[in-house]
Design a protein around this ligand. Structure first.
Ligand code: SF4
Length: 346
């Protein structure tokens, strides 16, 4: 498959009258005001560094693109479409809120080569959405998916882990709903507390307790498993630019970790290997040396961040030796565990 990159243009908080408790778009994107003339410069600069065999899309991120004033949105779309027309990019994608998708917006988007609309669903619990002051409901997400689906515009569902009042079950329900609504992709973001947000004040008042990294990883792994089982590709796990957020002191609390996605994929492999090891040792068998076959390209995810999975299996099961070996025929998150004696279990 041809490699693909997004040319990201952050359009922060433009046109968004909402104030979700967790949101500080300026902290997240690193952009405090939008310079329209710089958008095309960003495209030109990125294109100059993209190898010819890599596909590109222009991506308007920031969370509320289709709520932006039309006098800004349409020239940006026109600019992006010119690059599609001359073949230098393959399409346009954008992130927006579910309640900013309407028949009028669909009729505008239909004029452009829209590769995907990414909807900030965040939760499908109206209680959680209300506690997070999202200003939209789960029905808005259903309606948006429906309108985009009718127009054959591919839709990605973005969701959050650890929102105020959200439980593990709320999050797995949300992942299932995103699959049911026809998403072609997903993104999983842990809730991080940024300074100067309502969530920061809620945390200071003790009304919100951020998730630990461990809990956020475990809950994200539950959700990722659902997306994988349903064939909905997860495009991203964790926030971008965590090192910058940490260095600049923008994040006050919560599960921000530079390798969050790696921790989550490692957790999925830990669970898969653990199931196979439990089955292998069922009946009191003495642990010996094992080989764990993993899908090609996923060796470091399976071994775990800084070898955490390998260490875990040595200490939990007492294996004498563990080798991890890549195998072409395996699909993601599938493993084969084999005793060095040749006994094989899946
Ligand atoms: S809708 Fe998006 S941009 Fe607006 S406040 Fe919420 S998260 Fe921020």
């Amino acid at each position: 498959m041809k490699k693909h990159v997004n040319i990201p243009i952050f359009v922060p908080h433009m046109g968004c009258p909402n104030m979700c408790v967790f949101c500080d778009q300026h902290a997240i994107s690193g952009v405090s005001c939008f310079d329209r003339s710089a958008a095309e410069k960003t495209v030109v600069e990125h294109l100059a560094s993209v190898p010819p065999d890599v596909g590109c899309e222009i991506a308007f991120f920031g969370g509320s693109f289709t709520g932006t004033d039309r006098s800004l949105m349409i020239p940006l779309l026109d600019m992006a479409e010119r690059y599609v027309a001359d073949g230098r990019v393959s399409g346009i994608r954008m992130s927006t809120r579910p309640d900013y998708i309407s028949p009028e917006i669909i009729s505008i988007l239909k004029r452009y080569t829209v590769a995907a609309v990414e909807l900030g669903v965040q939760s499908m619990s109206d209680r959680v959405l209300s506690l997070s002051r999202r200003g939209h409901t789960a029905d808005d997400s259903r309606r948006a998916f429906y309108l985009l689906g009718e127009a054959s515009i591919p839709t990605v569902g973005q969701m959050m882990i650890g929102l105020p009042g959200s439980s593990r079950e709320d999050e797995t329900d949300c992942a299932r709903a995103i699959c049911d609504m026809g998403a072609v992709g997903s993104r999983i973001y842990p809730t991080v507390v940024f300074f100067n947000t309502e969530l920061c004040r809620m945390t200071e008042r003790g009304e919100y307790i951020p998730l630990s990294v461990e809990d956020a990883v475990s809950r994200s792994a539950d959700v990722l498993t659902i997306f994988e089982e349903r064939g909905v590709r997860c495009l991203r796990i964790g926030l971008h630019g965590v090192d910058d957020l940490r260095r600049d002191g923008k994040a006050m609390a919560g599960p921000f970790h530079p390798s969050f996605g790696e921790l989550v994929t490692g957790e999925c492999y830990r669970r898969a290997i653990e199931r196979a090891a439990d089955a292998l040792l069922d009946g009191g068998k003495t642990p010996g040396a094992i080989t764990v076959y993993v899908p090609r390209g996923d060796l470091s995810a399976a071994i775990g961040h800084r070898g955490a999975n390998r260490e875990y299996f040595f200490s939990r099961f007492g294996f004498k030796e563990i080798d991890f070996v890549e195998k072409d025929s395996l699909l993601r998150y599938n493993i084969v565990l084999e005793e060095k004696t040749g006994h094989r279990r899946k």
